[in-house]
Design a protein around this ligand. Structure first.
Ligand SMILES: *Cc1c(COP(=O)(O)O)cnc(C)c1O
Length: 354
């Protein structure tokens, strides 16, 4: 049967009516990949799976929420959507708005969004408003302007976003035939960790699983309000997707932490980049820097003894590596061999590198 997206697949668990016109790009259904090479490197007999959300239509998990948010906006008669974004929300909003034939206004922090994401928003025809400020400034402005202009907000404060995104937890439980012991995610606004928790609890209540995982949210050290226990004003990290100092789902995420028995922690930019490289070079999985905070977190927590031997762990890889080619390439400087176009030099390059 042709796959037509997560709303059709999980229709009975989502707030849509029989006559609702679905705006979909075939999102969801992303692979859950077991990382045996990395598990071996980490030791401890842990089982690690990555949910590769970078394989959604616009290259991030945001599509799971956007399909429902835009479907409901169109159903309600909206002619335009708006969001503040560190990049991926704008790419996703732009694509789904194009599909729906409505306008997308996106507010992005000038100079702080990865090149792939900007290319997407431009190509899909969003109206891009660059602000001399960060994501948090953009979010504040979006909330204000939505009270004065006929636009629907499609940030994760829109509850339909979380409803769409909860389906990732459904897919994981179905594939593993039960919930994992731990679920690690990078967190920015903390909408996604909250959405997964909704999904896990729903499947537990309906006896589709016997338990829920401990939910662990990782932040970048320079942008870690949940670790600081308070909002911060000038977040900085190379992982631009989680460069957020005033998370919108503050209360929800604290409930998730308490109910699931999980925790928040942070890792350095260096740890993030090294986990990103490890995934690429030892498993063939290319995610963007922010996504790798989940694996960096697992590595830190196994090392410190927080994770028991034999645990089953899922890491969400939130976005695709091609979103941010600049950061990837600058991490691999000196990795190329330059030669003249002659056979001997190619042969030497091979022999010297076997
Ligand atoms: C949006 C995003 C996040 C953060 O998700 P939140 O729901 O804001 O916590 C993490 N990684 C990537 C790649 C993202 O695009």
């Amino acid at each position: 049967m042709r796959y037509t997206g997560l709303i059709e697949r999980f229709r009975s668990r989502l707030p849509v009516a029989a006559e609702t016109k679905i705006i979909s790009l075939g999102e969801g259904g992303t692979p859950l990949i077991e990382c045996q090479n990395i598990a071996k490197i980490i030791g401890h007999n842990v089982e690690i799976y990555v949910k590769y959300e970078g394989l959604n239509p616009t290259g991030s998990f945001k599509d799971r929420g956007m399909t429902l948010a835009v479907t409901k906006a169109v159903e309600a008669g909206s002619k335009a959507i708006i969001c503040a974004s560190t990049g991926n929300t704008s790419a996703s909003a732009a694509a789904y708005a194009a599909r729906a034939g409505i306008k997308a206004f996106v507010l992005i922090p000038q100079g702080k969004i990865a090149m792939g994401k900007l290319a997407q928003a431009l190509m899909h025809g969003a109206i891009i408003i660059q602000i001399k400020g960060n994501f948090d400034d953009g979010m504040r402005l979006v909330k204000e302007v939505a009270e004065h202009a006929p636009v629907a907000i499609v940030n994760s404060i829109n509850p339909y976003r979380l409803q769409g995104q909860k389906t990732a937890a459904f897919e994981i439980v179905e594939e593993l035939e039960g919930a994992p012991d731990y679920h690690y995610l990078p967190i920015g606004n903390a909408g996604n960790i909250s959405a997964h928790w909704i999904g896990y609890k729903e499947y537990l209540a309906d006896k589709k699983s016997q338990k829920t995982p401990k939910m662990v949210g990782y932040q970048a050290a320079g942008s870690a309000p949940f670790v600081a226990g308070k909002m911060i004003d000038n977040p900085e990290t190379i992982a631009t997707a989680i460069r957020i100092g005033h998370p919108q789902s503050w209360d929800l995420a604290h409930k998730v932490e308490a109910e699931s028995g999980g925790w928040f922690a942070s890792c350095t930019d260096a740890e993030i980049l090294s986990a990103q490289k490890l995934l690429s070079s030892s498993e063939g999985i290319f995610c963007e820097p922010a996504s790798a905070a989940s694996l960096a977190g697992v590595m830190a927590d196994v090392k410190s003894g927080k994770i028991p031997k034999g645990a089953k762990i899922v890491c969400t890889l939130t976005g695709h590596g091609l979103k941010d080619p600049d950061t990837a390439i600058s991490q691999c400087s000196g990795a190329m061999i330059n030669i003249n176009p002659v056979m001997d030099e190619v042969k030497n390059a091979i022999i010297n590198n076997m």
